[in-house]
Write a protein that binds this ligand. Structure first.
Ligand SMILES: Cc1cc2nc3c(=O)[nH]c(=O)nc-3n(C[C@H](O)[C@H](O)[C@H](O)COP(=O)(O)OP(=O)(O)OC[C@H]3O[C@@H](n4cnc5c(N)ncnc54)[C@H](O)[C@@H]3O)c2cc1C
Length: 363
């Protein structure tokens, strides 16, 4: 095990693992992860959805640019998405329609054919994305970690970084170890601002928001495997099949401090009640539940790049609820920017504007 590297990536979630896999092909790179295993926090708690019409504009560009990688690697299983418009969600519906690609408005009868639980009268309009998919998140994450190791990268788990000092190179204190490096990549998820503050930086305003998930039995006799993912366009609930069960989320966005998140029982009950208003299915039992932290800065875009201090501190945070579907493109982009190279042309061709994700927008 070395102690001196070109680059240390803090965090072994999907963001850290994917960017480190790219960087290890050109630089001596290590990952420091505070938990005993990579992916313990947000990365292993997602809904595993690829939906290229979901998220703010930079995320849409990144998600579309990621599609090829997902398909080549066999990480996607097709699953249509249906967004429903109940009363009072006209604005959200129009907004989605104004930026969508490849979606088609469908009749409520067609929506009911595809999602037989949909109650008459719940939605006034419905729109279908035939290009949605489930992502094999574990396979994706493990593949990046394997590539990282094959390229000579070192992963140090149980190493919570607690001190970052710049004296020529960076000195990184992690548990009882001290490492040195030229470049730090902050991929610490919900702890992204806490890590940046160790360097004396002001917090950028990263806010972790809890989202809860429940697994419930599928309706008796229903063949749910090919059902679409369904939710309201105003994002107050969604559901999708998962391993023969139904996954329901109240789509909560509760601001919290960074922590080991868990589902909030009351929030889950309220979300299931909203689901039941849309779906003719009474949920009598929750088999499993969990919570995770989706972390956002105020404009909702990710934060990717070096800031004005020019001291080798690189931000890779704020992926919100889209960090899996964007990771293949975001990691390629971030690795290019870490190296001081131009952004990959295919990502820019998808409409990404670097200024929209740069940390310089906060200074
Ligand atoms: C319920 C839920 C559903 C979601 N659904 C989807 C979805 O369907 N599709 C999608 O694309 N995205 C989804 N997301 C969002 C996605 O999961 C996240 O954007 C993504 O996982 C963030 O990855 P990350 O690597 O930045 O964070 P994390 O996975 O949290 O990784 C950060 C790592 O940094 C480590 N760390 C923190 N501080 C330190 C320190 N001081 N020293 C060392 N290590 C440190 C942590 O231990 C952690 O392992 C969902 C999120 C939630 C919560």
């Amino acid at each position: 095990m070395s102690r001196d590297f070109d680059i240390i990536v803090i965090g072994a979630g999907i963001a850290g693992a994917s960017v480190a896999a790219h960087l290890a092909s050109t630089h001596r790179t290590a990952i420091c992860e505070m938990e005993a295993r990579p992916g313990y926090h947000t990365t292993s708690r997602s809904a595993a959805v690829y939906e290229a019409n979901y998220g703010p504009p930079p995320i849409l560009s990144l998600t579309r640019a990621a599609r090829h990688y997902f398909e080549e690697g066999g990480y996607l299983t097709p699953r249509e998405t249906i967004f429903l418009m109940p009363d009072n969600q006209e604005t959200a519906f129009e907004k989605m329609m104004s930026i969508q690609k490849g979606m088609e408005e469908i009749s409520i009868a067609t929506a009911q054919e595809k999602f037989p639980l949909l109650r008459d009268g719940y939605a006034r309009r419905a729109v279908l994305d035939p290009g949605g998919a489930d992502i094999d998140v574990d396979l994706l994450h493990q593949s990046y970690l394997r590539l990282f190791r094959q390229r000579g990268g070192e992963i140090h788990c149980d190493r919570p970084v607690s001190g970052l000092e710049k004296t020529g190179n960076w000195t990184v204190r992690a548990a009882d170890e001290v490492f040195t490096c030229r470049i730090i990549v902050d991929a610490a998820g919900a702890w992204g601002d806490a890590v940046a503050q160790m360097t004396g930086r002001k917090p950028i305003g990263l806010q972790p928001k809890r989202r809860s998930m429940a697994v419930v039995p599928s309706p008796p006799g229903a063949q749910i495997t090919s059902w679409p993912m369904v939710g309201d366009v105003g994002e107050t609930w969604y559901c999708k099949p998962q391993s023969g069960k139904l996954l329901i989320s109240p789509a909560d966005v509760t601001p919290v401090e960074p922590h080991d998140a868990y589902a909030d029982e009351m929030t889950l009950a309220e979300g299931i009640s909203r689901f039941e208003q849309a779906a003719a299915y009474e949920v009598t039992r929750v088999e499993r539940s969990w919570g995770g932290l989706r972390s956002f800065v105020p404009d909702g875009n990710p934060v990717v790049g070096y800031d004005r201090q020019q001291d080798g501190f690189f931000w890779l945070i704020g992926q919100g609820g889209y960090g899996i579907q964007s990771a293949p493109a975001l990691s390629r982009l971030a690795a290019a920017l870490v190296r001081g190279e131009a952004a990959p042309a295919d990502i820019i061709d998808e409409g990404l504007r670097l200024e929209d994700i740069s940390p310089l927008r906060f200074s």
